[in-house]
Design a protein around this ligand. Structure first.
Ligand SMILES: C[S@@+](CC[C@H](N)C(=O)[O-])C[C@H]1O[C@@H](n2cnc3c(N)ncnc32)[C@H](O)[C@@H]1O
Length: 302
């Protein structure tokens, strides 16, 4: 939680008060919009993940913890999947929790959601005997995820599940020649971002299996998915806005890390002109998602 990231990593970047100058021009809820659009575009994937959790849960999910809940993409999906459950939504950002709380009220779900402002790496206040902890794109933000595992383990009832959903960085959107005089623009930006993330969010892209196992969890399911949305798969109109918001954050992050010609080319994808990602018909959204579902053993062996 102490990383000072100038702009986020794709849909799952930090919302950070130390944002780069370019980022400060953006409305505060950009990241929340990105998270919501991500969940909308990949709704089928998210639903399939929640169904898999339901399959493994053997029907016993009443209390869920959404760790690093953000705008609530997981909270609301899980409330749909588990109609008898309530969610403790934990986040260290008051802004995010405010948005989540507003959405819960708008959907008449306030009674089923308890927002908690906390550093989830240190504690999950008031939580015990949870049936499920959902941690989506949040574990990699923690300073010491291995230590956080002990907190999560203690918050779960014996036999309870931990589901970790992660990603390896920002999605790709563009063909190689999206800006003809700067071929490979997106790949170069990605290389610059990867170097930045290695420094600022070193746990991004980790293999969480060994971390879960070392904390005493039994891993029951692991999956890696390459997701792809393109014109052939009826790309929703919101994909353009999603690409725009993500690339705008990336633009803030790589300022000073890629050369001026690449930065200028990136600007032409965001300036409302002919190349703007909001109007293109050649967008292809590609992203890698990983999932681990693990169980706190029912018998602790004491
Ligand atoms: C990339 S967002 C993911 C949000 C949501 N889980 C989703 O998948 O849409 C990461 C969230 O983790 C929160 N976060 C980061 N560090 C945290 C910490 N130490 N404790 C609690 N929340 C944290 C951020 O504020 C942000 O809302």
């Amino acid at each position: 939680m102490t990383h000072h990231v100038s702009a986020g990593h794709g849909p799952h970047g930090h919302q950070d008060s130390h944002a780069h100058a370019h980022d400060t021009e953006q409305p505060r809820d950009d990241l929340a919009q990105i998270l919501d659009l991500d969940a909308e575009l990949f709704a089928a994937y998210l639903d399939s993940v929640h169904r898999k959790i339901a399959e493994l849960s053997e029907g016993g999910v009443r209390h869920i913890v959404d760790l690093g809940a953000g705008s609530g993409t997981g909270t609301f999906g899980l409330l749909r999947q588990f109609p008898d459950a309530r969610v403790t939504a934990v986040d260290s950002s008051a802004d995010m929790l405010e948005q989540l709380t507003r959405t819960a009220a708008a959907r008449n779900l306030a009674a089923r959601v308890r927002p908690v402002l906390a550093d989830a790496g240190e504690s999950l206040p008031g939580v015990s005997d949870a049936d499920l902890v959902w941690a989506s794109a949040s574990l990699h933000h923690l300073d010491d995820p291995a230590a956080a595992m002990d907190v999560i383990f203690a918050a779960l009832r014996p036999g309870g599940l931990l589901a970790v959903a992660e990603l390896d960085g920002q999605p790709y959107f563009l063909p190689e020649d999206a800006v003809p005089d700067r071929p490979g623009l997106e790949a170069r930006c990605r290389t610059a971002l990867t170097a930045l993330h290695a420094e600022q969010v070193p746990h991004l892209g980790s293999d969480w299996g060994p971390v879960l196992a070392a904390a005493g969890f039994g891993i029951e399911y692991e999956q890696t998915e390459q997701l792809r949305l393109d014109a052939d798969s009826a790309l929703p109109e919101s994909a353009g806005q999603y690409a725009y918001l993500v690339l705008r954050r990336i633009r803030g992050a790589v300022d000073g890390l890629v050369d001026a010609a690449d930065l200028a080319a990136l600007d032409t994808l965001l300036d409302g002109g002919a190349r703007d990602v909001r109007h293109r018909d050649d967008l292809v959204v590609r992203t890698k998602r990983q999932l681990w579902i693990a169980r706190r053993p029912a018998v602790t062996g004491s």
